[in-house]
Design a protein around this ligand. Structure first.
Ligand code: KG4
Ligand code: ZN
Length: 349
């Protein structure tokens, strides 16, 4: 078996946990995965005006975008509702009012179209994202072997998750304060780079020297697998010494900060992979779009004998609905319609 699916199905995925309204049609069969469509209505420009996601605004935008987005996903996939086998929706974690839009829409459609509904955890979606092939091209990846380890790095989470098998997860380490993506966003704000901060820092870093500033590597040598990123943000603030960021120092600050985050993430992940003797390593979450992190982890994982490394194709690192449909294929049983509810603090482990 090449893919971690447990059943063959044509799945409509719906995702509204933060600031992307997304819908996708994904077919998971015994031998391959096909993304028939993958539509994202991003609210990033709206929230950029406020310097971050405003939950009330996000919910309102989801309400406007959700039906057209699902309609587009079905049209692009040339799929009629009757052809669908399942509806999968992100039920948590995320912003409550944002999640509710996706969940209530999915329930209404499941009822109207008489389809089984699956409540999917957003973090499990990020874990599943590495198994998605480029749009419409059938999958062609190496098989995942267990136990596996996932590094999930997003705007709200930084977690190391041990996967004994799909569905059996154990938290090995997590951030004690800011998530990695949150640190990127906050430092970008300090540097006047706008929102979302991750891509902006990565772009600025291309012109900078990663060794220009010796930022700390928080908790690098601590025994456990927890992370801490808020001190790094304070370190950047101190380097600015009350001055406004300038074209002269921003690229070096961005590159040095990015190098520090990547160093810590990679070192801890590789140490966990070695100590736990895992056979596969998976990267997921919005920060998985970061090229330095991708390249470094790929290189380091490649040097560990017996370890197979998976990372999401670029379009599937940040929030999307194809990963929610993919995660749905890990499950056998649908949820009773009336028990599907948004749960903003639903932790996978
Ligand atoms: O998974 P995601 O799309 O949403 C959440 O579930 O939070 O992750 C969004 C986070 C943001 O903090 C964003 O700044 C970060 O991912 N991000 C990046 C990059 N692209 C997005 N961080 C670093 N480098 C990137 N290229
Ligand atoms: Zn996410």
């Amino acid at each position: 078996m090449n893919y971690p699916q447990r059943s063959d199905a044509l799945i409509l995925g719906i995702e509204t946990s933060c600031d992307e309204t997304a819908a996708a049609v994904v077919e998971v069969s015994r031998r391959r995965v096909t993304v028939h469509s993958h539509v994202i209505a991003s609210q990033a420009l709206t929230h950029a005006k406020y310097g971050g996601v405003v939950p009330e605004v996000a919910a309102r935008e989801h309400v406007v975008a959700i039906i057209p987005t699902i309609d587009q996903a079905l049209k692009r996939a040339k799929t009629k509702p009757v052809d669908l086998d399942r509806i999968a929706v992100t039920s948590g974690p995320g912003l409550m009012t944002a999640l509710q839009v996706g969940v209530e829409t999915a329930k209404a459609l499941a009822l109207a179209w008489k389809k089984p509904i699956f409540a999917i955890n957003h973090i499990e979606g990020h874990i599943a994202s590495s198994f998605l092939p480029f749009q419409k091209k059938p999958a062609h990846q190496a098989a995942i072997r267990f136990p596996a380890l996932a590094l999930i790095v997003s705007g709200g989470h930084t977690e190391l998750i041990l996967i004994k098998k799909l569905g059996a997860y154990k938290l090995i380490g997590a951030t004690r304060d800011d998530a990695a993506g949150e640190a990127f966003d906050k430092v970008a704000k300090l540097l006047g780079l706008g929102y979302p901060g991750g891509p902006a820092i990565a772009r600025a870093a291309e012109r900078g020297n990663p060794r220009a500033y010796g930022f700390p590597r928080p908790m690098l040598t601590s025994g456990g697998f927890d992370f801490s990123f808020s001190g790094l943000k304070t370190a950047v603030l101190y380097k600015l010494e009350g001055r406004r960021p300038s074209n002269k120092n921003v690229p070096d600050l961005a590159a040095s900060f990015q190098a520090a985050v990547v160093d810590v993430l990679v070192a801890k992940t590789m140490r966990a992979a070695e100590m736990l003797g895992v056979k596969s390593l998976l990267l997921g979450g919005g920060v998985a779009a970061n090229s330095l992190l991708r390249q470094t982890l790929n290189r380091r994982a490649g040097a560990l004998p017996g370890l197979t490394y998976f990372q999401p194709n670029l379009g599937y690192a940040t929030d999307n609905a194809a990963m929610i449909a993919m995660a749905c294929s890990f499950h056998r049983r649908p949820n009773p319609l009336m028990k599907v509810n948004a749960d903003s603090s639903w932790e996978l482990v």
